[in-house]
Design a protein around this ligand. Structure first.
Ligand code: SF4
Length: 425
């Protein structure tokens, strides 16, 4: 073993006891720590992968009230699942939770397996989560290395390698594995996470004066803690301009279910177009569809940042006149996709708003169908179009209560949903 590794193991070995002592008297009182069952640890770890602890608490408590065990999760409807996850982002994580719950029911009788490898084989569970569940819930001597732990370990050992590189992560994980105390692996992992969350915080501002292991920390001794960890600069995100339309009629707003693949797959959204339309262009598009626009209000621009892309959005609230011409034949077979503007044959308007206006292709086929249903299908204002086979509605007219309780919209639409809420729909 290289001498540096030996020295680093010595440092980390020395950290174990003071860190555990500090954790014993400083651990935050968090809902999932009160009854650390494997299921609760699992859900909390997945939720906290993209959410701050404070925000995560409410989500966790709501989830546990409705889905208190694996069986309830395995049987929840997709829409309800999305509603419980609404605003947390990375919606595939929620889908994977349900998928994994189904496997746990089938293969393990509803109890999460107590081996690291078996946990790792479940959908959505990677090395970090398997390590967290394994060590906290089952007392397995395995590491759980998330961003907080990586930062703390890199500073303690004054590691100057890029912590985004898998090799660095692997190296630090291996070092930690050597020192995990057999009697308290879960507490040790949580103590490292806790230290990273509240003391050894990111962005060059660790609170070394409050740190229980500052005497041992190599970065602090060398006075380079503010420069660590080293992270390679991220690739710049691409920017996509979009036009979001709040289309209202009869106290309802039109929602569209996104395609099953790609960004925000399968989630409900406010209908939108690629590119930035102005109100005249939008009005023309809607009128070309045979609708009667009552009024159009320009809403403030909004921005949403995903991990690899930014949406810069223009928004409009469009109120249709009640006497809009609804008597248009539904063309279910057109396969029109409002995302791309293309039909199944790849034809349709291009991504330039100007060209779009000239197209004779139907633009809002699905929504027109939905609009028709307002007058005719009072009880079930849902529209089965392209997903007819799966019996999943593609378009719905949602009223205020539906928006609050039934349909989950990702936080990308938050500012427009806020507008709707403030306007009383
Ligand atoms: Fe982090 Fe400072 Fe503690 Fe080192 S001494 S682990 S840099 S808080």
């Amino acid at each position: 073993m290289p001498e540096t590794d030996m020295k680093n193991i010595e440092i980390l070995q020395g950290v174990v006891e003071p860190l555990l002592n500090w954790y014993d008297s400083n651990a935050r009182d968090l809902p999932w720590r009160r009854e650390p069952s494997p299921y609760r640890i699992w859900i909390s770890e997945i939720m906290l992968q993209q959410t701050r602890v404070e925000a995560g608490k409410g989500y966790f408590l709501r989830w546990m009230e409705e889905l208190p065990h694996v069986e309830a999760l395995a049987n929840v409807t997709d829409d309800r699942l999305m509603k419980l996850w609404e605003g947390l982002g990375y919606y595939n994580r929620a889908r994977n939770l349900k998928k994994a719950a189904g496997i746990v029911m089938e293969k393990y009788g509803g109890a999460l397996p107590d081996s690291y490898e078996a946990l790792l084989s479940l959908p959505g569970i990677g090395p970090y989560t398997a390590g967290a569940i394994g060590s906290i819930a089952f007392g397995l001597p395995v590491a759980a290395v998330d961003g907080n732990v990586l930062r703390v370990a890199a500073r303690l050992t004054a590691d100057k390698e890029d912590i985004g590189a898998p090799a660095t992560k692997k190296k630090l994980e291996q070092l930690l594995l050597k020192v995990i105390p057999a009697d308290r692996p879960g507490d040790f992992n949580q103590a490292l996470m806790e230290l990273g969350a509240v003391v050894c915080i990111p962005n060059g501002a660790p609170k070394c004066g409050e740190c229980p292991v500052s005497d041992l920390c190599k970065a602090r001794i060398l006075d380079i803690q503010a420069t660590l960890p080293v992270k390679a600069p991220k690739k710049a995100r691409s920017v996509e301009k979009r036009t979001i339309v709040i289309l209202r009629s009869g106290g309802r707003v039109l929602l569209h279910r996104r395609n099953e693949k790609g960004l925000l797959a399968g989630l409900w959204e406010l209908p939108g177009f690629s590119g930035e339309l102005d109100r005249e262009q939008l009005s023309l598009l809607i009128e070309q569809e045979g609708f009667r626009v009552g009024s159009i209000e320009t809403l403030p621009a909004a921005k949403h940042i995903f991990s690899h892309i930014e949406w810069h959005m223009a928004g409009f609230a469009v109120d249709l006149e009640s006497e809009s011409d609804l008597g248009v034949t539904l063309d279910l077979e057109s396969g029109f996709d409002p995302e791309s503007g293309l039909d199944r044959d790849g034809e349709g308007f291009s991504h330039s708003p100007d060209e779009r206006i000239e197209t004779s292709k139907p633009l809002l086929t699905g929504s027109r169908w939905a609009l028709e249903s307002i007058g005719t299908v009072e009880e079930e204002p849902e529209v089965y179009s392209r997903d007819r086979k799966e019996q999943k509605p593609r378009w719905v007219w949602a009223d205020r209560q539906d928006l609050e309780t039934k349909y989950a919209l990702p936080s990308a639409f938050r500012s427009y949903m806020d507008f709707l809420r403030e306007a009383g729909l």
